[in-house]
Structures are given as structure tokens and as C-alpha cells.
Design a binder for this molecule. Structure first.
Ligand code: NDP
Ligand code: 2IT
Length: 449
């Protein structure tokens, strides 16, 4: 059936599911966007006739490859590597690399799809991509991680480049892994170019990149609150995760006078009613970045409770920042947050809320900052890292923080422009449509490609 005659969301989704069987995360991410975009394009035949939404749900290409490496015992190990190059209509493919045992093609397709809209929202010239592997970094030595990263890049290097595709970090990929991969790229290509972002400061990295996703997420929340005449100061926040995004979310909430009372990892969460202040946060950074320990150790160190195998959403709060992973808030969790009086949810992680949770936020008309808008600060500063690399100079911390602040405010304003409804702002609708329009217009201009 030609797209122009598909009238309902269900029909669109039926076709997508038929073409992508079993890829549940991908289905979920597409549904979340298409539910906003289909009503928007219903009276815009130029988008419908050009089948823009069908084209945007088919990645430009997916590269999958074997990654073979040796562990410290000399045993041969085999993992699968991927790069999903989703859409380069408005700039080179750009997006992180995830190393986690749960990585599948479906997970990376959802992330690459989301990235295309997110990157468009930043206003910077970046297309969408995502990569990774089912490699599990937990419990691996530095040498094992190094050998894996080198083996991964030995294949990936031929598919990326500063004008083609620029990967970065994500879950399980931080400064250490980006450095190993960049070192291997240099060895293979003999070209010092900005082919990865999140690099060390000594070799082309940008100030503020480490902080950018967490800081940006809190800035976005601050903008939603301001728009409703409120502020972060004096608010209690619940944060999940304890990695890069969670740490700098806590830091910025503290800067703005709020109090964060939880952190988590895949084993459970800690509840510290006194608040995770700057000193405790430094301890968490050292725990996670250097000692690679578990969040339960926080409870022992600071004498608070650890809830094994649980998530923090039943803890009363004003603000919630899911910063761990996809589908970490279900409908019941969302209802518990709402019943406890949450006023804003800003997603640091990608797609942390299940569809049932999103429906609950929208029904309750709380401020809901979806991931493609709220966590775009990370890739935005990656975009600024690319700019600095091209110009062969580095901007100051203040300049970068100010640019990040402006970009997040601009994203907020675009979401209001497209998401203003009677008496409230539907940020889900706003972010999806604002992200879509720029990419769609570029695709229309290119004709049938
Ligand atoms: P990290 O690897 O630094 O931290 C991930 C955190 O989430 C850890 O605390 C980890 O716990 C927890 N976690 C991961 N998987 C699970 C799971 N299945 N169940 C429970 N907890 C889990 O990653 P980041 O902080 O970089 O990324 C966190 C989220 O933010 C991801 O969704 C990522 O896509 C998103 N994001 C990241 C950006 C960035 O710049 N880094 C930019 C935009 C979005 P454990 O150690 O036990 O696994
Ligand atoms: O999900 C994301 O936006 C990221 N992991 C950051 C991507 C990037 O290229 O900095």
C-alpha cells in the first residue's frame, strides 16, 4: 500500500513490524515518534508523497562484523560489532558506541533512529548513527578492554571518518575506551582527524564534553520549570544510574540549589535523604571511574540504605532524572512518581520510559522532557568538539558551557513552538515534530535518493 493512503498509526506500525520482526526496541522508538509526526503531516502532502517517514524508518545502512580478541588467559573470544548509519541528510552520521551485553541490532537501530531527531534539534550539522557491541566490559582488565577496542576499530575504521561518521561514547564506552579506539584509528589511518568525540584533552578533546549530557539535561529541566514559573532551587530530585550522565546530572542539580537523594546501578539503588553533596559525588566519581565498584558501597560508606534489585521511582521527589538505560520506568513506576507529586521528568538516558509511562505523564500533564531533547547536550558538545578539531583550536570552559546553555534553551524553545497545546506544553510532540521538520526538508530537497 502506498504510504500516502496509509491513514492510521496502526497501519504504519503493522508495516514496520512486518519489515523488522522481533525488533521491539526499534518498534517502540518509532511508535513514539510516529504518533506525533503522522498527525502533523496529515495535511502536508509534500512529506506524505515523498514517503519521508517510511524512508526515515529504514536506516541508510547497517554494518555488522565479527570482533575477535584474546583475553588475559590467551583464550580466543568472539563478539559482534555494529554500526547503524541511520541518516546523513543534515550532516555526517554522529552518535555513540555502546558496549553492553544487552546490545542487539534492535537496540542500536532504536538509538540511531532517535539520534537523527536529537541531532537535528541541536541545530548543528550532524546526522544520526549508533554503534556498539555485545562485549561486556564488566570484570575485564584494562588490557582486555584495550585489545577489544583495538579489534573493534580494526574493522570500524574503514567505515568512519571526520566527514562520514563520527562515533563517541555511550554505556560502557567512556574516556578509556574512546582513547584506545582513537589510538588504533591513528595507527591504521595515519591521519590525525576528529573522527571520534569525547577524546582526551591532550589529543583533541573538548572541555565540558564529559559534563555535557548531565548538565544539559538539568538545563533543559530548568527551562521547563522556568516556563511554568518555577525553579530547580529547593527541589528534591531522584536520579537513576551512577555513570557519566547520572554523575553530572547530580552535579548540576547541586549547583542550582536542588537536592539529589538517589543513585542506582544494575544491582539496585541507594537512598540518601541527606542529599548527595559535592563531596559524596566526588567519592562516587572515583568509585565508578577509577575503582569500577558498585553503588551499594555508597550505602556502607555514608550510612544510608541500599535497595537491592530495585529502582528508585517510589522515592518521593519533585524532579525525576532517569539516567541509566532504556525501559527503566514502566507505567506503574510513572504512576508512583505522579502519586508522590513529581512535577517534571527529564530523560538523561535514551528511551528510559516505556510507552505506558509516557502516556501516564501526558495524562497527568506533568512536564515531560523526552530524551531526544533533554539529553541532547552531550552530542551538542560533541558537535562543538568537531568544530574545534576542524579549526584546530580549543574554546574555554566558560565559552563551551555558555554555548551548551544556549543550545539547550534553543531546543526547549523549539519544543514549545511545536508542542504548545491549550494550557500546557506537550514536549513529546514538540521535540518529535521539531526534530523531524529539518531532516524532512533536507530529504525533500534532495529528491528521490
Ligand atoms: P555509563 O556506562 O557511564 O553508565 C551507565 C549507568 O547505567 C551505570 O550506572 C549502569 O549500571 C546503569 N545501567 C546500564 N544498564 C543498566 C541496566 N540494564 N539496568 C540497570 N542499570 C543499568 O553510561 P552513560 O552514563 O554514558 O549512559 C547512560 C544513559 O544515557 C544511556 O541511556 C545512554 O544512551 C544515555 N546517553 C549518554 C550520553 C553520553 O554522552 N554518555 C549522551 C546521551 C544519552 P551498571 O554499572 O551496573 O551497569
Ligand atoms: O546518545 C547520545 O546522544 C550519545 N551517546 C552521545 C553521542 C555523541 O556523539 O556524542
Amino acid at each position: 500500500m502506498p504510504y500516502s493512503t496509509i491513514s492510521t498509526l496502526e497501519e504504519f506500525m503493522d508495516g514496520l513490524k512486518r519489515r523488522n520482526p522481533g525488533e521491539h526496541e526499534f518498534h517502540q522508538a518509532v511508535y513514539e515518534v510516529v504518533q506525533s509526526v503522522l498527525p502533523f503531516i496529515i495535511d502536508k502532502p509534500e512529506y506524505r508523497d515523498a514517503q519521508i517517514m517510511e524512508r526515515l524508518t529504514e536506516p541508510d545502512r547497517i554494518i555488522t562484523f565479527r570482533v575477535c580478541w584474546q583475553d588475559d588467559e590467551g583464550q580466543v573470544r568472539v563478539n559482534r560489532g555494529y554500526r547503524v548509519q541511520h541518516c546523513n541528510a543534515i550532516g555526517p552520521y554522529k552518535g555513540g558506541i555502546r558496549f553492553h551485553k544487552s546490545v542487539t541490532q534492535s537496540v542500536l537501530k532504536f538509538l540511531a533512529f532517535e539520534q537523527t531527531f536529537k541531532n537535528s534539534l541541536t541545530g548543528l550539522p550532524m546526522g544520526g548513527g549508533k554503534g556498539g557491541s555485545d562485549f561486556n566490559p564488566k570484570g575485564k582488565s584494562d588490557s582486555e578492554v584495550m585489545r577489544f577496542c583495538q579489534a573493534f576499530m580494526t574493522e570500524l575504521h574503514r567505515h568512519i571518518g571526520p566527514h562520514t561518521d563520527v562515533p563517541a561514547g555511550d554505556i560502557g564506552v567512556g574516556a578509556r575506551e574512546v582513547s584506545y579506539m582513537f589510538g588504533q584509528y591513528l595507527r591504521l589511518e595515519n591521519e590525525f582527524v576528529g573522527v571520534l568525540t569525547g577524546k582526551g584533552l591532550a589529543f583533541g578533546g573538548s572541555l565540558i564534553r564529559t559534563e555535557a549530557t548531565g548538565y544539559g539535561c538539568v538545563y533543559y529541566c530548568q527551562d521547563m520549570l522556568r516556563h511554568a514559573g518555577q525553579d530547580v532551587e529547593g527541589k528534591t530530585a531522584v536520579v537513576s544510574g551512577s555513570g557519566n550522565v547520572a554523575q553530572y546530572t547530580v552535579e548540576k542539580v547541586n549547583h542550582l540549589g536542588g537536592k539529589v537523594v538517589t543513585l542506582s546501578d544494575s544491582s539496585g539503588f541507594i537512598h540518601d535523604p541527606e542529599g548527595i553533596d559535592a563531596e559524596k559525588l566526588e567519592w562516587v566519581k572515583d568509585l565508578k571511574e577509577n575503582r569500577r565498584g558498585r553503588i551499594s558501597e555508597y550505602a556502607q560508606e555514608f550510612g544510608c540504605e541500599f535497595f537491592e534489585g530495585q529502582r528508585p521511582w517510589a522515592v518521593p521527589c519533585d524532579l525525576a532524572f532517569p539516567c541509566a538505560t532504556q525501559n527503566e520506568i514502566n507505567e506503574d513506576d510513572a504512576k508512583a512518581l505522579i502519586a508522590n507529586g513529581v512535577i517534571a521528568v527529564a530523560e538523561g538516558a535514551n528511551m528510559p520510559s516505556e510507552q505506558g509511562a509516557i502516556d501516564a505523564y501526558i495524562d497527568a500533564r506533568i512536564m515531560f522532557g523526552p530524551s531526544k531533547a533533554a539529553n541532547a547536550g552531550g552530542v551538542a558538545v560533541s558537535g562543538l568538539e568537531m568544530t574545534q578539531n576542524s579549526m584546530r583550536l580549543s574554546w574555554s570552559r566558560d565559552e563551551l558551557d555558555q554555548r551548551l546553555r544556549e543550545i539547550m534553551m534553543n531546543i526547549h524553545d523549539q519544543c514549545v513552538e511545536y508542542g504548545q497545546e491549550e494550557g500546557w506544553v506537550n514536549y513529546l510532540q514538540g521535540s518529535n515534530v521539531a526534530g523531524f521538520v529539518k531532516v524532512a526538508d533536507a530529504m525533500l530537497a534532495y529528491g528521490v535518493v
